[in-house]
Design a protein around this ligand. Sequence first.
Ligand SMILES: Nc1nc2c(ncn2[C@@H]2O[C@H](COP(=O)(O)OP(=O)(O)OP(=O)(O)O)[C@@H](O)[C@H]2O)c(=O)[nH]1
Ligand SMILES: [Mg+2]
Length: 450
Amino acid sequence: MLNGSNTIAAISTAPGAGGIGVVRVSGPLALEIGQKISGATLVPRVANFHNFKDLNGTLIDQGLILFFSGPHSFTGEDIIELQCHGGTVVTQSILNLCLKNGAKLAEPGDFTKRAYLNNKIDLAQAESVADLINASTEEAALGAVNSLSGKFSLEINNLLKNLIELRMYVEACLDFPEEDIDFISEGNVKDKLQHLSETMMHIMQAASQGQLLRDGISLVLVGQPNVGKSSLLNQLSGEDKAIVTDIPGTTRDAITSDINLNGMPLNIIDTAGLRETDDPIEKFGIEKTWSSLEKGHVALFLVEASKGITDYEQSILGRLPKDIKQIWIFNKIDLLNSKAKLQQLNNDQIVYMSAKTGEGLDLLKQAILNEVGFKENSEGSENKFIARKRHLEALENVHHSLQNAQLNIASAELVAEELTIAQKYLSSITGEFSSDDLLGEIFSQFCIGK
Ligand SMILES: Nc1nc2c(ncn2[C@@H]2O[C@H](COP(=O)(O)OP(=O)(O)OP(=O)(O)O)[C@@H](O)[C@H]2O)c(=O)[nH]1
Ligand SMILES: [Mg+2]
């Protein structure tokens, strides 16, 4: 139980009209508040129908109250859940009643933060609660629920256990420098480091899939006017989202559409065609194209298949942001009577397709998956977990330290130092060592009531 923790309350259901609304209260006063409102003695884990009355005894609503006695609750503290009728006024009145009875309004993520601080879940699990709520595809939700159940944390903890064992062995060798043993070969340090590295790469691979599943990618359609960008947006989204005409310069504002590609969320941005123009509105549109490219992960660069890549596209290429990936689309193959194909040219993928007929769209989808390294779910959804950029950065640091340890294998001191650094980064994922700033940042992104 948190020392000196106060009691928090919030409406946990989404705002608006609904059959049921839930107000949740956690902390030392929770039981007392529930008993005051219901006028009844509450028994843990038993749902009973009660009148909900205010301090003057006026009936506010009727519903169920659930009591979870700490530490056997989500937060580890006493919790009551008041299930009232849904709707803004009723839920707000019940919440006000809890506040009048001594609770304070919960901040975003407060309940989950308490669960983490009371060791009910680790930090990666706490993050997955928000990821589950915010998941935009079914696959992302499955990944989040796997992370919440501890799959990702288990992989991290197993690696951590092996890493600590090795670190302790190397440190023990440091304590006995006079013993004339070759610590590296005696303890198979080299092999063990190699094994750690391999396991680590495996986790990193899975985590990068998990990050794509959570955050998805942003695709920007670019090219000269009339090459078929808006037609392609409409094909990809399966909707008539953008206006298509044969007048060059039709699209001005950036138009976005969210789709799901094999479970990975894709945000597609259709932009104004790039060309020299005196039209002030079109100029604004073209500026927007450039700022969309700054935010994008992959540029789908469209050209007319009959013309191919001209000097104009080459000149644009030089202005693209450095870290944006790109796929070439040779569009309008229907006019050439040629077949759709996916070609690899040096480092670039080229898709020959028709945005008008949709021929080759499946090849484009394949090219997008190839470009970002998103794999088909070959291992089954139960093996997927969701991950965040923060986790990937920590894993990259672990990888770096393990590499340094391997390079400095001749020095027990340096190996021990690198293993200590690796341990610190690995532990930051599950939150063993985490700063208040980091916690503040993570939990502030939650919704209130969770
Ligand atoms: N035959 C054929 N016509 C296409 C194809 N894709 C687009 N078009 C036509 O090309 C014209 C321009 O298409 P849009 O999708 O508006 O082109 P855009 O790149 O968005 O043009 P701007 O918005 O002006 O930059 C329209 O008449 C489309 O019907 C294609 O694959 N084949
Ligand atoms: Mg357009």
